[in-house]
Write a protein that binds this ligand. Structure first.
Ligand SMILES: Cc1cc2nc3c(=O)[nH]c(=O)nc-3n(C[C@H](O)[C@H](O)[C@H](O)COP(=O)(O)OP(=O)(O)OC[C@H]3O[C@@H](n4cnc5c(N)ncnc54)[C@H](O)[C@@H]3O)c2cc1C
Length: 311
């Protein structure tokens, strides 16, 4: 049977999470990997998906009903072709997690969530208890609906493939939801889940002003994404979408620098797969040091500006 990967895209480009999901699809060892690009005027995104290494076919479903990524319509589009596949994989992003359960429910199968490793075509691994244990799950469902934790899989090469692009009829609007508007935060900084370097600040920063004053120059120097602990977000020092952790974003950059973050398990759940972890904390007993590759026991208000100066 064949594997279907649901592309995350903005109609013109394919988002990086799609590349990791393709790798997971290939790991399912269930035959060819197809990618569904469900969008409106999304020929460019479909062409980009066709270049991903390891993809055999791109299914381009183009319809005005798919312009705003409404979960009801995207789920209907997936369901229209679902029966041709043994595995349907979504990136475990906000979009993927919005659509996958609708597809699983309609197919009457159990969704397999947040997969970090594929052991065999029917056996998958996923973290539980905030990443403190790994569950190995075997599914006997005929169609396996899976969300993929992208940090668990290397990205497939974005170029080098030459898949055929096949058009599919776009679904009609479900009428169940409608698009009202979107407020998008624009930032010059890399998006957290795609950033190669992330610098994160915690409660120790003490105020939104100090957070910006101390952390932003370090992020600027390193061209890094800015992250935060939940305590910093809850206190209003940093916006909600910067939160890293169990109830925030799961990240695995090349370098993660945690400043004034204690390292609660819920924070570690979101960043402990980072390749190199640096912690700056004035408490030598802080749990963050147990996962850090490099630890600096220091006052961040001195250490971070010194680091910025030295870079
Ligand atoms: C269900 C649930 C979900 C959660 N989800 C998340 C999540 O997604 N992400 C998350 O981050 N948390 C999450 N939490 C909260 C988590 O348990 C912690 O409360 C939170 O991570 C603490 O943030 P912090 O490390 O910034 O603050 P604190 O724990 O208060 O730590 C501050 C640290 O700064 C150090 N420090 C203080 N002053 C300085 C200084 N001048 N220089 C250097 N170091 C200094 C201290 O030694 C301390 O280690 C969740 C909790 C629950 C119950």
């Amino acid at each position: 049977m064949t594997v279907l990967v649901i592309a995350e895209h903005d109609h013109a480009t394919v988002k990086p999470a799609t590349l990791n999901t393709v790798t997971a699809g290939i790991a399912c060892q269930s035959g060819d990997v197809h990618v569904l690009v469900a969008g409106a005027n999304a020929a460019e995104a479909a062409a980009a998906a066709a270049k991903i290494a390891g993809v055999a076919k791109v299914i381009a479903a183009d319809s005005p009903s798919l312009a705003e990524n409404l979960a009801e319509n995207v789920a209907a589009q997936v369901l229209a072709i679902a029966k041709n596949y043994s595995h349907i994989l979504f990136p475990a992003t906000a979009n993927g997690k919005n659509v996958a359960p609708r597809v699983a429910a309609k197919l009457d199968v159990a969704q397999i969530s947040d997969v970090t490793k594929v052991d065999s075509p029917d056996t998958f691994e996923r973290p539980i208890y905030a990443g403190n244990a790994i569950a190995i799950m075997q599914s006997s469902d005929a169609i396996k609906v899976i969300t993929v934790r992208t940090t668990g899989f290397d990205p497939a090469a974005a170029t080098g493939g030459s898949a055929a692009v096949e058009s599919a009829e776009g679904v009609a609007d479900s009428g169940k939801s409608s698009f009202i508007g979107r407020e998008v935060t624009r930032s010059e900084r890399p998006e957290l889940t795609a950033a190669k370097i992330i610098v994160s600040g915690g409660r120790a920063l003490g105020s939104a002003e100090k957070f910006t004053e101390v952390m932003a120059p370090l992020a600027d120097k390193l061209n890094a994404g800015l992250g935060a602990s939940r305590a910093a977000v809850d206190a209003g020092y940093a916006p909600n979408d910067w939160q890293v952790g169990q109830t925030g974003k799961i990240v695995a950059p090349q370098l993660y620098i945690a400043c004034g973050i204690s390292g609660a398990i819920q924070h570690l759940a979101g960043m402990k797969d980072s390749k190199v972890i640096v912690a700056i904390n004035k408490d030598p007993e802080a749990p963050i040091f147990s996962v850090a590759d490099y630890g600096l026991e220091a006052d961040l208000f001195t250490a971070v500006p010194e680091l910025v100066k030295a870079l």
